[in-house]
Design a protein around this ligand. Structure first.
Ligand SMILES: O=C(O)C(=O)Cc1ccccc1
Length: 310
């Protein structure tokens, strides 16, 4: 198995900065890819052990290219998540003034995070999307655009300077990144875990989504992400990407997944992995009747009833 991690590059992305916070990167080769899709395909092809990509931000929600890749194609699994607080710098070629800027570029997920700043400071600048924020910086260096929104740390890599830094429309904007690999046994539960799945409804009927959500609700499982994505089968056809509290080895989570498997057309398990937002000490105890012990004793009781030993 090659000891390399693919990531959304080029060098100097927020993705790279978040990836470098993982201790195991000291013993891995980190290989930049031009897109989320190509980084994930490197994993599918066995060229990389895992890929590190952005999946969600606190301003706009899910990063749809990543969700769509996880929803379709050969199955992949989330091993880890990392949260990074993000503020942008406006990177320009040395000597550029604000009044010189006619075009600005960044990853599409950056736009909602800098929209107000742009309206107030560069209302006439033309927005051009780039494959990543660092790629936008590279294109500014090449002279294709006048300015890029990227991490301040990317300036030196691309011979640029930060005309302004600390740009963020929303306070405490965070981006969530995931380490994605081929399907494998999930890491053991830590006590503060998250489980990701994709659900496809079997048929369209009133309350269909409520039925899916009910499988979590009746077992006391809190949800942390619910994002619908078009299935491609026509208007009104959606699948649902869901992050739920807990680990597949928790009885309540396993039972919820069994319930979903029975009622859904398809369920794709995307992994159980440690939560980056809280530690074990911050996780509240399971709601009454939803602990592993409660499930075990209820199932023992049914077995005794079936045996006539109640
Ligand atoms: O990692 C990057 O630099 C990216 O281009 C993805 C991204 C976009 C917006 C905020 C954080 C990460």
């Amino acid at each position: 198995m090659p000891a390399s991690y693919a990531y959304l590059g080029p060098e100097g992305t927020f993705t790279e900065a978040a990836l470098r916070t993982l201790p195991e990167t000291a013993t891995r080769e980190l290989v930049p890819y031009v897109s989320v899709q190509s980084a994930l395909d490197a994993v599918r092809a066995g060229e990389a052990e895992a890929a590190f990509v952005p999946i969600e931000n606190s301003v706009e929600g899910g990063i749809t290219t990543t969700l769509d890749e996880l929803v379709a194609g050969a199955p992949l699994m989330i091993y880890r998540e990392v949260l990074l607080s993000i503020t942008f710098a406006l990177l320009v070629r040395p000597g550029t003034k604000l009044s010189d800027i006619k075009t600005v570029s960044a990853h599409p997920a950056a736009q909602p995070q800098v929209r107000n700043w742009l309206k107030n400071n560069l209302p006439d600048a033309h927005w051009e999307s780039a494959a990543s924020n660092a790629d936008a910086a590279r294109l500014v260096q090449e002279g294709q655009y006048d300015a890029a929104f990227a991490g301040e740390f990317a300036a030196a890599l691309y011979g640029l300077e930060a005309l302004e830094s600390g740009i963020h429309d929303a306070e405490n904007a965070q981006t969530r990144f995931v380490l994605v690999g081929r399907p494998a046994r999930p890491a053991a539960p830590t006590g503060a875990d998250k489980t990701s799945v994709v659900l496809w409804q079997r048929d369209d009927h009133p309350g269909a989504l409520r039925d899916l959500l009910g499988e979590f609700a009746t077992r006391g499982i809190n949800l942390m992400l619910l994002q619908s994505r078009p299935t491609g089968a026509g208007i009104g056809n959606y699948c649902f990407c869901i992050d739920a509290e807990g680990h597949i080895s928790d009885r309540r989570v396993a039972e919820a997944l069994m319930g979903l498997k029975r009622i859904c057309l398809e369920v794709r398990f995307l992994g159980s992995y440690p939560r980056a937002d809280v530690g074990v000490e911050d996780v509240s105890a399971p709601r009454t009747g939803t602990s592993d012990e409660a499930f075990v004793s209820a199932s023992d009781w049914v077995a005794r009833c079936q045996d006539g030993r109640f």
